[in-house]
Design a protein around this ligand. Structure first.
Ligand code: NAI
Length: 660
């Protein structure tokens, strides 16, 4: 039984046991309603304790149920029933009390929690607002600004913050059940008022609400739900609670059908499915890692392992680059400490697990080695020949190459079955995407281990077949090509960037290149041309030839004033564009933002379709994840392929404009 009532002296435990996360499925809701009735009917029970088995308290609703019409009993009714119970309830919380879980806890008279518990209303991350009183009860318990942050940003808070803000009444050391019962011994006969009956005193001034809306709009750009969550909260503190409850529920149910929520739910399920390895094989150990090359990527990859508490041996070719690599890792953590994201002790613990070496022999004991040396087949093959000679049997040998065929690298070893591509994205310790590139000879064991690496590092793995650029960079190339073509047709860099931002990208492609430096893409073009490929980038090539490498050079696609990162239209660039457009003899067009979005995205979708047809990606969702997690495609649009399908495939009529 997912809900059982167990006597404990003159108290009753209401135990929820619905693995994996005790989601509030229909059975749970029905079980709780029955529990309230049973407990109220028993005069011997002074108070009830709502507690969960497994690794967490109720961590949310059952997202699968959101696709269907809601079935009784509805969660708001369950919360109301618990709140109105004759015998008072206490929620004893460990793990996460999220969404519907927190709303249930808010219906209880008291909440106590383990020190490691987390609390949140993350509905906005699924394009929803709370639907069972979260926006109404929370501000009757915690300060309004905290409630506003929780409902509109969707980020959880710690048990300590929950305690300090009044959300929980006590933190419990040691056994939660025993602690909860101890708490009730003193408290059970003087329960606090029902939350819903409590008047709110702080209703917030106009500028408070404006500031909250501005923050939410910035953090969840392009999404409707965060603003609606704030509207619900405001209604809940300004007007009668009953009206606010009804309105919150109505908006919640409407949003379940919104494109935004459906897209976000698609991504939620895609991410979960991605964590499942594509093969049924036992992974190898992950007790230690080697990283070869301590440049931009190597340093970030080392940090990603260190963050997962896996010791790293960093191999470089010389003392100077080794020192630079070690310093780069130290800088990553210095930055984290400076921003208050990491304690000095945590930084020291991480750095203590990092060893720099110049001799590959030191990698003999590593369970996994990731190579991130220069993008050069000869150099990489030499590295793998050496790794093959020194690494223990059963070590996973991975290459972070962006464009080189990993099969050609694997062939340098006597164990191509142990070689995969692990393509990280920059900065490697931050970006969630990990393309796992499947070589021809790769063994199920190696793939399973690649998945284990992703899991340990907190990355989302996506399987890619071998092709130029794999999934992500192959589509990026189309993006860049089309963006440059648009300039030849009469659009300005600012028009293109504006259109892509309006679509929901965090940044336009030209601003992005100025930020990262045009030399990176130039080096990739040079390498591609050296491989005999035709690369279309006449304007980029001229900017690079002029030394306009981006912000660091004072100019790139835009001009920059000294010490100011604001992009300003450049006359020099306009002239170059005009000259190249004349040479290319392309018709000049008057392009609005919708045209620009369409001209860029349609070829990207078509490239995605080719990637699927060739079997490079296993599913459209795989491409969606690559674009969202690796390239900033707006999550609330569901990813490139989902978005195209949801908007009528390739029909030119689909609504490409940003919604705000
Ligand atoms: P980088 O030039 O910053 O670093 C390469 C490092 O490898 C240098 O520190 C160099 O001293 C070292 N190295 C060269 N030969 C070596 C050898 N035989 N043994 C040990 N160390 C050696 O290059 P970056 O940008 O870090 O790229 C590394 C790899 O990652 C390349 O294959 C690149 O295509 C790939 N990549 C790069 C991304 C990026 O955004 N920069 C993104 C994803 C992959």
């Amino acid at each position: 039984m997912p809900v059982t009532v167990q006597p404990r002296g003159d108290f009753a435990l209401v135990v929820v046991d619905n693995p994996p996360v005790n989601a509030t499925s229909r059975e749970i809701r029905a079980g709780l309603i029955d529990a309230v009735a049973g407990i109220d009917a028993d005069p011997g029970i002074r108070a009830a304790v709502l507690i969960c088995r497994g690794r967490t308290f109720i961590a949310g609703g059952d997202v699968r149920e959101f696709d269907a019409e809601p079935v009784e009993p509805h969660l708001p009714d369950v919360v109301a029933r618990i709140e109105a119970a004759e015998t008072p309830w206490l929620a004893a919380i460990h793990g996460s009390a999220l969404g519907g879980g927190l709303e249930l806890a808010l219906g209880c008279r008291w909440r106590v929690a383990s020190a490691d518990a987390r609390f949140g209303l993350p509905e906005v991350t699924l394009g929803l607002i709370p639907g069972a009183g979260g926006t109404v009860r929370l501000p009757r318990l915690v300060p309004l600004d905290l409630a506003a942050r929780m409902v509109s940003l969707g980020e959880p808070i710690s048990a300590q913050t929950a305690y300090e803000s009044g959300l929980v009444d006590a933190l419990i050391d040691g056994d939660l059940e025993a602690g909860a019962l101890r708490f009730l011994q003193n408290a059970a006969d003087t329960p606090p008022r029902r939350r819903i009956d409590r008047p709110t005193t702080d209703t917030g001034a106009n500028d408070f609400w404006q500031a909250q809306h501005a923050t939410a709009a910035k953090r969840h750009r392009g999404q409707a739900a965060p603003g609606l969550a704030l509207d619900a909260l405001r209604a809940a503190v300004e007007g009668p609670a009953d009206d606010a409850l009804a309105r919150e529920r109505e908006v919640h149910l409407q949003l379940r059908k919104s494109q935004e929520s459906q897209a976000l739910r698609h991504v939620f399920f895609a991410e979960r499915a991605a964590m499942k390895p594509p093969v049924a094989a036992a992974p190898g150990d992950l007790a230690s890692a080697g990283v070869v090359g301590g440049g931009t990527m190597g340093a970030g990859i080392a940090a990603a392992f260190l963050d997962a508490e896996i010791p790293v041996t960093l191999l470089e070719r010389d003392q100077a680059p080794l020192d630079r690599g070690l310093a780069a890792v130290a800088r990553i953590y210095a930055g984290a400490v400076k921003r208050g994201r990491m304690s000095e002790a945590d930084r020291d613990a991480r750095l203590a697990r990092l060893t720099g070496v110049l001799d590959a022999g030191a990698l003999a004991g590593a369970d996994v080695v990731v190579e991130a040396v220069f993008e050069d087949l000869g150099v990489k093959r030499e590295v793998f020949r050496r790794l093959d000679a020194v690494c223990k049997p059963g070590a996973l040998l991975a290459t972070n190459t962006s464009y080189i065929d990993p099969n050609a690298i694997a062939a340098a070893t006597s164990r191509p079955d142990a070689v995969v591509g692990l393509h990280f994205f920059s900065p490697a310790n931050v970006m969630k995407l990990l393309e796992v590139v499947k070589t021809d000879a790769v063994s199920p064991w190696a793939l399973a281990t690649a998945w284990a690496v992703a899991r340990r590092l907190g990355k989302t793995p996506v399987l890619s077949g071998v092709c130029d650029g794999f999934i992500g960079n192959r589509i990026l190339k189309v993006f860049r090509r089309e963006a440059e073509r648009l300039l030849l047709s009469g659009a300005h860099p600012g028009d293109v960037d504006h259109a892509m931002r309006a679509f929901g990208m965090p940044m336009g492609s030209f601003e992005m290149q100025d930020l990262a430096g045009l030399d990176i893409a130039a080096a990739m073009r040079a390498a591609a041309r050296a491989r005999g490929e035709a690369v279309f980038a006449p304007i980029s090539d001229r900017l690079v030839a002029l030394g306009r490498l981006g912000q660091k050079a004072g100019g790139g696609w835009y001009d920059y004033d000294e010490g100011d990162r604001t992009p300003r239209p450049s006359d020099t660039v306009a002239e170059i564009i005009a000259e190249e457009a004349a040479k290319a003899n392309m018709p000049r067009e008057d392009l609005n933002a919708g045209d620009i979005q369409h001209r860029i995205l349609k070829p990207m979708v078509e490239e995605g379709e080719r990637i699927l047809a060739e079997g490079i990606a296993q599913s459209p969702s795989a491409i969606d994840l690559v674009e969202i997690l690796g390239f900033g495609f707006p999550r609330w649009r569901g990813g490139l392929m989902y978005w195209a399908a949801a908007n009528g495939g390739q029909s030119p009529k689909f609504n490409l404009m940003g919604r705000r």
